[in-house]
Design a protein around this ligand. Structure first.
Ligand SMILES: [Zn+2]
Ligand SMILES: [Zn+2]
Ligand SMILES: [Zn+2]
Length: 709
């Protein structure tokens, strides 16, 4: 008798069942659990005969299990991420495979059975048989145009038709070009450098240097499957198209907005190995690939590579584990890498390769700094400085296009009653709600929880009718452009105007077709847009985010502004970037306008080292939330005391300090939040220390959080 631990979805523990036959790890099996038949996955053999009575495994399925190497991957990761193996496993396989024996839709074909004498009964059967006079074999959808499924089943039962079931159905593809492309000499040098490195490689390539060409070449040359990780799929229609042009139906896409059926079919096609390139967001790093040989993580500096729910992983870390385990090549790409990635290169853990030469020899875009303090002294409170407004006008006159960037949606940051000074706060988050308007209808929206109410005509406190709006949002920029530049045709892309992936595609297409000459947007326009006739980029308020109390604030602003600036003059014409700020002396802006990338990171690394900040140390963020402020505080203090005493009694190496404080956003979603920060030498030390703390079992523990806020 053999014994196995079996994972069942939504069951935290893995229990033991027995079988007379050996079953490989990763196999799907059916078992009885609490009197219900369930489908689970064998995660490990149990070598010692259990002392308790076990139940038998009822059936084992040869198809659609989880690869054994990924089960090991989950087992290795789970303890470090304060979660169960099952949590990781449930992210590796669509849930339908744990509910149904075979949820995969397969290609069904019909063929006329020529060995039998056929006496069709009824009109429907005759119609079906007529179909087979021209083709020997027909797919099910074709035949279903003439008759229902039950008619077909009947004909198969009678022996009139033969049915055959092929591989997994492949979705039809719109475009396939099979294009040819080649690398220029700078790209070739970088390609060779990546190929010859045995370490994970950071490809630091400026906007317009053609990183995508290198990725395509790498994917083409690698022996097995490529996992191409992107921060966001909906915003990068161009890139997917490029890979489809090269690999056709061998490209699959994976992201959270796929339908359940799409997920099942895609997952199945990945398991059969017929897909050569999987393009996906962070969740696809956990999709088992039987033949993985290359992982590319593009725009590696993006926050969306951090999973903010349990398991709270950085996609980079999982990709690195995976690459090591599967002996796959690993490439991180960015125009503005994370400071911690560059530090790993400096330390020799990763390899760095630079591509600072653009494909089209453009003169570098010219920056113009506008001091908004001076502007307001002149009495101009509009989001458009005189200089920016003039540049927009002349760009439009020349038939060129303009991108205006402001990383704040809505109309204004805060609205205040002019007579009593009252603000509008979200009842659940105690934060100022933002004023949104489309001209005729005005609302207040909480940007934390989405709470929405119509804008009152009178102040609820003093009944006054006059309000003051502070801070700019994209809607106000739109209004300013329309008022001050009547010849402008404007499109706006932000979370209010873009609801789904199609909305964004429409805006993108409309701007590309020059139905508008000004595109206003939040960070969603920062990525992957490549418009030849954009010659002017306006950074409406470059300061946004700079004053946040987070050690990554400078880096983030630099990355974002750099990315947006890259939209200007990408091909023939040199572009202009107008950077508006209240702090023109800020070093981030100085590095940005002088194109001094390396100097920026040099300063950033020195600063981090001097103040013992990551990547030279590491933080863990523990979050305690409660509806009652006093209860939350009490629990946070209690937890801090436990950790503190543990620190004093055991004095583990490399844990520096433990610090508790109310969260930067102290209240949201009707909960008060408190943070405990534990700082240590590195992530491993923090994990070792915190893994053993029972007090943390029900709390949010985030090692190397993406933000300290
Ligand atoms: Zn009032
Ligand atoms: Zn709220
Ligand atoms: Zn600093």
């Amino acid at each position: 008798m053999k014994f196995y631990q079996v994972f069942l979805r939504n069951v935290r523990e893995c229990y033991t069942w027995h079988s007379s036959e050996p079953i490989p790890v990763g196999t799907r099996v059916s078992v009885k659990f609490r009197n219900k038949k369930r489908i689970g996955i064998v995660i490990s053999p149990v070598l010692e005969t259990p002392t308790f009575k076990t139940q038998p495994i009822l059936e084992s399925f040869s198809e659609w299990g989880i690869l054994a190497s990924y089960i090991q991957f989950a087992q290795k990761l789970a303890p470090s991420y304060f979660t169960s193996v099952g949590k990781f496993l449930s992210l590796m396989i669509p849930e339908e495979f744990l509910e149904q024996k075979d949820p995969v839709q397969k290609d069904v074909w019909y063929e006329k059975n020529c060995t039998n004498e056929i006496k069709p009964r009824g009109n429907k059967q005759k119609l079906v048989l007529e179909l087979f006079t021209e083709s020997k074999e027909l797919s099910e959808p074709t035949v279903l145009e003439k008759a229902s499924k039950s008619v077909l089943q009947n004909m198969v039962a009678k022996g009139f038709l033969k049915q055959s079931i092929d591989g997994v159905s492949v979705p039809s593809l719109e475009t396939y070009f099979g294009e040819n492309f080649s690398l220029n000499s700078a790209q070739q040098r970088v390609f060779d450098d990546i190929q010859s490195s045995s370490k994970p490689t950071v490809l630091w390539g400026v906007t317009g240097s053609g990183k995508t060409e290198i990725y395509k070449k790498l994917a083409e040359q690698t022996a097995g499957q490529t996992l191409f990780l992107l921060p966001e799929i909906a915003l990068t229609p161009q890139l997917i198209g490029q890979f489809q042009a090269l690999f056709g139906a061998q490209v699959a896409v994976w992201h959270s907005k796929l339908s359940r059926r799409e997920k099942i079919q895609t997952w199945a096609r990945l398991q059969t190995g017929e897909v050569k390139v999987l393009i996906g967001t962070r969740s696809s790093v956990l999709i088992p690939l039987p033949n993985l040989s290359l992982i590319i993580l593009d725009e590696e500096h993006e926050w969306t590579f951090k999973n903010e729910f349990a398991p709270r992983y950085w996609t980079h870390d999982l990709a690195e584990h995976l690459a090591q385990q599967q002996k796959a090549q690993l490439v991180f790409g960015s125009a503005t890498p994370r400071t911690e990635s560059l530090e790993k290169c400096q330390a020799g853990v990763w390899h760095l390769t630079k591509l600072f030469q653009t494909v089209h020899k453009t003169t570098e875009p010219k920056f113009r700094l506008v001091d908004l303090k001076q502007e307001q002294k002149k009495g101009n409170y509009s989001p458009l400085s005189e200089s920016l407004a003039a540049s927009i006008r002349s760009a439009i006159t020349r038939g060129e296009q303009v991108v205006l960037f402001l990383n704040k949606r809505g109309y204004a940051g805060a609205s205040m009653c002019k007579s009593c000074g009252a603000y509008f706060e979200c009842p659940d988050c105690s934060q100022n709600m933002k004023f949104h308007t489309n001209g005729h209808c005005s609302k207040l929206i909480c940007h934390i929880c989405g709470y929405l109410q119509s804008f009152p005509s009178n102040c609820p406190h003093c009944q006054a009718k006059d309000f003051l709006f502070r801070g700019w949002g994209t809607q106000q920029v739109e209004q300013a452009v329309l008022e001050q530049i009547p010849e402008a045709k404007v499109l706006r892309a932000d979370a209010d105007s873009v609801r789904g992936k199609h909305d964004f595609k429409h805006i993108w297409q409309a701007f590309k077709n020059k139905q508008a000459n000004v595109l206003i947007g939040t960070q969603m326009i920062a990525k992957g847009l490549d418009f030849e006739s954009v010659t002017l980029v306006g950074l409406i308020l470059a300061d946004v985010g700079l004053s946040l109390p987070d050690f990554r604030a400078q880096e983030r602003v630099f990355q974002l502004l750099n990315q947006v600036s890259g939209r200007a003059g990408r091909r023939k014409q040199a572009g202009t970037i107008v950077l508006q700020t209240f702090h023109p002396d800020e070093s981030v802006f100085q590095f940005l306008i002088k194109n001094e990338y390396e100097n920026f990171y040099q300063q950033e690394l020195e600063h981090r080292k001097k103040f013992a900040l990551p990547p030279f140390t590491a933080f863990a963020k523990i979050t305690i939330s409660d509806q009652k402020k006093a209860v939350g505080l009490e629990r946070a203090k209690h937890c801090q005391t436990l950790l503190q005493s543990e620190l004093e009694t055991k004095s583990p190496d490399g844990i520096f300090n433990i610090h508790m404080a109310p969260a930067f956003f102290p209240r949201s979603h009707n909960q008060y939040h408190f943070h405990i920060f534990v700082q240590g030498q590195n992530e491993a030390v923090l994990r070792d220390f915190l893994q053993t703390q029972a007090a943390l079992s029900s709390l949010k523990v985030d090692i190397n959080p993406s933000s300290l806020l």
